[in-house]
Design a protein around this ligand. Structure first.
Ligand code: BMA
Length: 357
């Protein structure tokens, strides 16, 4: 077996942050290594709530169905910037920190998105009614200082994520996602490519240089509307600012299984090319079919479409406790439960127990 030192030199891939901690370097190497073994299963807010329960009164719907935890755990920092105690989906940040630390101790991987409010009118991430929002938070803009204060909160959050020996745990940070869509204030219609790239680069430098946060891998993920490599890379900030590339994709209720699987495969082909050419990790950064209305969706539709894609993980979206029918992983009694166990049993699907250590 290779030691972690070997893994680093063998993969030749180092984090974008030149001063990344040893553990962060190990994480990126391990993730590259694992792509030869299979695809990690991820789930958003897996430990926080699920169908019919909210922590501490319950646990992981994924565990309840297959007796194992996801390998990748997604969390969202939305509302951290406001100083709120809970995120936009009512997850207490103090619990989120604890869970992320536990996940790391058990060999799992944490990834954080950030549905940050609109900094101009303090409305939600989905409010794009203010013009020039991105420009206003860049250096020289009238909301710039406010934005750096928001980044300070993010920096403090990540710095607080320490293992029992006091070392910061390595995590993935996926800010300003789905930027190729128009629904967030940082979306394509609401800022120029140059502004988006400046926003990304500023954020990267502020966290890693100004605030010396060195436990982050940076993930870049447009929505699924890119048609080719150039399209995918349209707002790419550059290889020195990114560790992992991916995209978010959902099966729509009016889309047939065949249409969805075809689209997914096509986009994965483009992603694979871009990742290979730029020596980056690739992942499906968000995915799911709300309510999983097809009993054998996991092994019949999803798996054939992703199995040869070379992605590191696929992150399934949340099983909302308080929003009826907003769920993307099965729970006991859900119609795709049995098929999910079949997916779990495949050697090439990696769950927590497969990647421990
Ligand atoms: C969306 C939905 C929302 C949620 C948001 C951030 O896709 O799940 O209910 O608030 O993600 O997690």
């Amino acid at each position: 077996m290779l030691t972690s030192c070997n893994l680093i030199s063998d993969s030749g891939t180092k984090p974008a942050d030149k001063q990344a901690t040893t553990e962060t370097r190990q994480l990126i190497s391990t993730m590259f290594e694992l792509t030869s073994k299979g695809i990690m299963f991820g789930h958003q807010d897996d430990l926080a709530y699920g169908i019919g329960w909210i922590a501490p009164n319950g646990k992981s719907d994924v565990f309840r169905v297959c007796g194992d935890y996801p390998a990748v755990f997604g969390w969202d920092l939305g509302h951290l910037e406001t100083g709120a105690a809970c995120n936009l989906d009512s997850v207490p940040f103090s619990s989120m920190k604890q869970w992320a630390i536990e996940v790391n101790a058990l060999g799992g991987i944490n990834t954080f998105s950030w549905h940050l409010n609109n900094p101009v009118n303090d409305s939600s991430a989905w409010n794009f009614s203010t013009k020039g929002t991105v420009k206003s938070i860049l250096p020289g803009g009238d909301k710039h200082e406010k934005f750096t204060q928001w980044l300070d909160k993010v920096a403090n959050f990540f710095t607080d994520l320490k293992d029992t020996t006091g070392k910061p745990i390595p995590v993935i940070f996926r800010p300003f996602h789905e930027h190729s869509g128009d629904w967030f204030w940082w979306g394509k219609k609401h800022c120029s490519s140059q502004e988006y790239i400046q926003l990304w680069q500023f954020t990267f430098r502020y966290l890693t240089e100004t605030r010396q946060v060195h436990n982050l891998l940076f993930a870049f993920s447009p929505s699924d509307n890119f048609r080719n490599k150039a399209d995918f890379l349209e707002r790419y900030p550059g290889n020195e600012y990114v560790d992992l590339i991916g995209f978010d994709i959902y099966q729509m209720q009016n889309q047939t299984n065949k249409q969805f699987a075809g689209k997914l495969k096509e986009k994965l082909g483009i992603l694979h090319e871009v990742a290979k050419e730029n020596n980056k990790l690739a992942a499906i950064t968000e995915i799911g079919y709300e309510q999983i209305p097809y009993p054998t969706w996991w092994t019949e539709i999803l798996w054939p479409a992703i199995k040869d894609s070379g992605v590191s993980y696929a992150l399934f979206w949340r099983n909302a406790a308080n929003r009826p029918n907003h769920f993307y992983a099965p729970y006991p009694g859900q119609q795709s439960e049995k098929d999910f166990v079949e997916l779990y049993k495949l050697t090439e699907t990696l769950f927590r127990s497969d990647i421990a250590n």
